[in-house]
Design a protein around this ligand. Sequence first.
Ligand SMILES: [Zn+2]
Length: 639
Amino acid sequence: MRCLAVPARNPGILNRMPPRVRAALAALVLLSSAGVASAQPATPIDYRISIPEPEHRWLQVEMTLADLPAGPLSLRMARSSPGRYAVHEFAKNVYDVQVADAAGKPLPVSRPNPHEWRIDAHPGAARVRYRVFGDRVDGTYLGVDDSHAHMNIPATLMYVNALATRPSRVTLVQPTGKAWKAATQLFPTADPLVFTAPNLQYLMDSPIEFGDIVIRSFSVAPTSASGKTQTIRVAMHHLGTDEELDAYVRDIDKVVREQQAIFGELPDFEPGHYTFLIDYLPWASGDGMEHRNSTVISSSRGLGDASKQLIGTVAHEFFHCWNVERIRPKSLEPFNFDDANISGELWLAEGFTSYVDGLSLVRAGLNSADQTMSRWAGLVGALVVLPGRQVRSAVEMSQFAAFADGATAIDPTNSNIAFISYYMYGAAIGLGLDLSLRARTDGRIGLDDYMQALWERFGKSPAAQPGLVATPYTLADLRATLADVSGDLGFAESFFSRYVSGREMLDYAPLFARAGYLLRPAAPAEATMGMVSLTYGKDGARVTALVGPGSPAYKAGLEMDAVIHDIDGRAIGSAEDVRAALGVRAPGGTVKVRFTLRGREQTRDLVTVPNPRLELVSFESAGREVTPAIRTFRERWLD
Ligand SMILES: [Zn+2]
């Protein structure tokens, strides 16, 4: 049983977990080694969720606990949510908390910290009642209104770390006068409003959409002899028409099949189906959040005008059912609800997913190669321009996620100059790795083969229970797998040390040339000040963000809040004025900039540089020959 080896091989992660979670997970492993069925069955934790006044945006939770171990009972609200890497204080929306024994006698509750309700003395059972407010429809929070209860579980349900291995049962109460339906990756029962989860990790990973939803489903046959037919469900809450939904479900079907082709199979979805939980509502916030057997996708836009844009999130989230949900970094396994996990592998978990979402849309015929190439040119161009790469590697960008992924703070950070999103950075690395592997093999081996190898090694084998991952990977595992797929240890070591752990950037131009695309500066004759954000007003151009280190503007002493009055005596009131003033001389020329910064007026020399923006042009449009070798390379990559 391969899964049994995991916690022993993963002591570092367990040591970072709170002691109770650690003990509970160790207990789970012991249980699984003896066979779960032969162990004493634990009384499931029972949750009952009712929504007496949906229009007022709160719901009532009743939690019943039995067979409690001796010692204090610690009820907690999560500080993080699976797949969202920043800390969120979900306890802030919980109120009217009442704890009683089984007979209804109140038990004293203390608050040792903002996230915990502690009951020091209890008779082995407790009934907990509380209300929780929620007014945000996205992948992280709770949204309750007259049309639905959109529940992300960490934002909704209290949990007990000491009971992390216990199953739970969730009962939804139909609001008066409604005929809502429920969709979730929780395990179904004979009652359509009652669900179960085998353990805490799975429960917290299982959002519920309970509302005015329409459910469509389709099955996907296996493409290999060993595979099983899988069911995909689309639970849609929207204001559009059935025809729009049917057309959208056909597009989703194409994406699913295109991604299945990369791995040769779909994962085995434990509850019997994978579910897209989609809210396209004017009052929703744009988001996509992956889970093991489902995803939450939300947008304020609708299928009528935006289905072509919205399908990109579908492609992204579905690829996660392999990459991150099952091919999972050790740094995210198990997920810590008391604090934020830190992961150095999000450049692959999120970045490669971002690369493949675009690739699978081209292959499925849902996006043109030209559109995708211009997106990828933007990606590579951003890496050239953005200064963050000088101070952080892709691994360090990933580790910054806790401060970037939906995090809020009052004091400013310098992330516009010191951080590049691991989505963007990782997508550029994925693109570069795909082309590098193909360039070495005339297009025969690419990122598809690498992802498939990661799937075979780390994703495919089932864990002791749904909600856990048997063989999570490390950075060293990723490098070793690349060495095997490429057949070249030196290539793998150099790729990781230069572009993943190091701060170097791949040379993309020769790689794109193999596929018949020319990567070149878009406006090399245009003189610029480098990376500066400006807004224009009566007194000149105001610098609105930190200036890129090393840029001409930076060297000239310009910084956020400076107001540029004139350049070489020419008053600056618009972007056109800046272009005209800088354009008098070729790039490399010197201009005089007069500006005021924090109360002091000064005039400084500024040496311009060529506009660094890149463009990607097909050989056809550039008038270059497209050889048969180029044609084959392109087909193997994009078709
Ligand atoms: Zn993602």
